[in-house]
Write a protein that binds this ligand. Structure first.
Ligand code: HEM
Length: 488
């Protein structure tokens, strides 16, 4: 028996040494490889524990362009804020879309085709300009409906205790779903889909990180549930669908791909909520924690309200897209930006389609990046850089305001403009097409909650950010924040 155990250990050791001796060696002109000794995982544990701290440590030791092995992949990070634009501008060799096929296959069970390119065009068309005005109107109506229609119980104007996260998931999630996918006359439909989506979002980070489905409990089941809710017959039954969904249905019919419709609609549904729900939590949480910020936002809201009269005979105040946009230059947008700065963890990912030479003329440096390696501009490092944002851990609602009250978009380090100081929506080929809607819906939530409710946080305890979604966008809170809420 002892000899079997011994032989087993010898085999393991031999395999490890073989793997170690065959590890990639840095060639001349390539970025430094951060040493690693764990097969497959590489330095993933250090990275996901605290990416900003770990990347800063790597930068100090290996320079501002270095390669990390994580999860079986090589990622070259470019942490110098004055070099990052070279990566984002380069579109021929460093491609965002090349990163997608394995992710889409693993998380959503399909490979992208020309239909996905068409869908992307539709997304860019419908989430800005005139069509966005329609969506904003729908969204406002739906937020109000979900806020007011007894969703806080039957307490009426009595104080009630509610979890902030569960409230925003219910209100924002349901309002966003109905605004995009329409409303089924059967009232439970929206809540069913929302429950299914929240289930799926618990396994989504593991899917994105490539963990085998068999290791992610119930991932198949959660996905199946949503596919069933997104079939053509289900989708077309819903009323007041945002036209992009109609167009996506038609696109699938024209291409004879009806079967793939639920699979392609799922990423749209996920993208529309996965970042917005936690971002909704954080903006309200920070405002409720910070009385000065709350007063500034309320003041701004009052000004907009004074400028207009309420719709006659209508209980609802409907802020238009234009009115929401007048709030962009003042406190509300600054506060939203600040909460995104603190809660978004991620960067811009690209894959080298061929070998790439990163030339940095200002420093007289050139690096060679191998074909199929990933390149990452981790913008969270800039967001949390004390030389760009003083006291970066602190929520300062007016950080994004210039002295004249206009929105501040330029931030500097060593007196030089940092292009990607704050980039919650990515840039270049991976820029989020839903970014205008996202900011407007966060404003709508804040405005409507403050308009119709008195709210105060019960627990003064700080809520921390959960690391489970590091690198994937908005971080969730580690726990819900209890608040007292009363209809005005
Ligand atoms: C606070 C809210 C949001 C944040 C922070 C956010 C952020 C981002 C980021 C950073 C990306 C690029 C992904 C990457 O580089 O890997 C992205 C992509 C995307 N976002 Fe958003 N997003 C938000 C809300 C929305 C909303 C409301 C929609 C509406 C449908 C949306 C639709 C999309 C889509 C479709 C993509 C994929 C784009 C592509 O494949 O080129 N996002 N988002």
């Amino acid at each position: 028996m002892l000899s079997v155990i011994l032989a087993f250990f010898v085999l393991i050791l031999a395999t490890y040494f073989l793997w170690n001796s065959r590890k990639r060696q840095q060639r001349d002109g390539e970025p430094n490889i951060v040493p690693y000794s764990i097969p497959y995982l590489g330095r993933a544990i250090n990275f996901y524990k605290d990416p900003v701290k770990f990347l800063k440590e790597c930068e100090e030791k290996y320079g501002s362009v270095f390669t990390l092995f994580m999860g079986g992949q090589y990622f070259t990070f470019v942490t110098d804020p004055f070099v990052q634009h070279i990566i984002v501008k380069e579109k021929k060799v460093l491609r965002f879309r090349n990163c997608l096929p394995p992710v889409l296959k693993h998380a959503f069970d399909y490979y992208p085709t020309a239909v996905d390119d068409e869908m992307m065009k539709l997304t860019h068309h419908y989430f800005q300009g005139k069509p966005l005005g329609l969506l904003v109107k729908q969204m406002n109506r739906n937020i109000q409906k979900w806020i007011l229609d007894g969703n806080q119980g039957d307490a009426g104007d009595k104080w009630e205790t509610v979890g902030l996260l569960s409230l925003v998931q219910r209100v924002m999630g349901s309002a966003s779903f109905v605004s995009l996918f329409g409303e089924n006359p059967k009232a439970s439909d929206t809540l069913d889909v929302q429950r299914q989506l929240l289930n799926f979002l618990t396994v989504f980070p593991s899917l994105l990180r490539g963990l085998p489905l068999s290791l992610i409990t119930r991932s198949r089941e959660y996905r199946q549930d949503l596919w069933k809710s997104l079939t053509k017959s289900k989708v077309t039954k819903r009323k007041e669908i945002f036209p992009i969904i109609d167009e996506i249905v038609t696109l699938h019919e024209q291409n004879g791909e009806n079967k793939l419709l639920p699979k392609r609609l799922l990423p749209v549904l996920v993208a529309s909520q996965v970042n917005t729900n936690p971002s909704s939590f954080w903006i309200l949480y920070y405002l409720l924690k910070n009385s000065e910020a709350l007063a500034a936002v309320k003041d701004e809201m009052e000004k907009v309200l004074q400028e207009r009269s309420k719709n006659p005979g209508n209980n609802f105040v409907c802020f238009t897209k234009e009115e929401m946009e007048t709030m962009t230059t003042l406190d509300t947008e600054s506060a939203i930006n600040e909460s995104l700065r603190l809660s978004i963890s991620g960067g811009m990912l690209r894959k080298a389609a061929t070998e790439y030479r990163l030339e940095i003329p200002d420093y007289g440096q050139t690096y060679t990046i191998r074909e199929n390696d990933m390149v990452l501009v981790w913008t969270q490092v800039n967001q949390m850089d004390p030389e760009i944002f003083e006291e970066p851990e602190v929520f300062k609602y007016d950080r994004f305001l210039n002295e004249d009250g206009s929105l501040k978009t330029n931030f500097y380090k060593d007196g030089k403009l940092v292009k990607y100081a704050f980039q919650p929506f990515g840039d270049g080929s991976s820029k989020c097409p839903g970014r205008y809607w996202a900011v407007l819906e966060l404003k709508q939530l804040v405005v409507n909650m403050l308009l119709y409710y008195d709210i105060k946080l019960i627990d003064s305890q700080e809520i921390k950010m959960d690391k489970g979604r590091v690198g994937l966008g908005a971080l969730n809170p580690t726990k819900d924040a209890l608040m007292s809420i009363r209809r005005k």
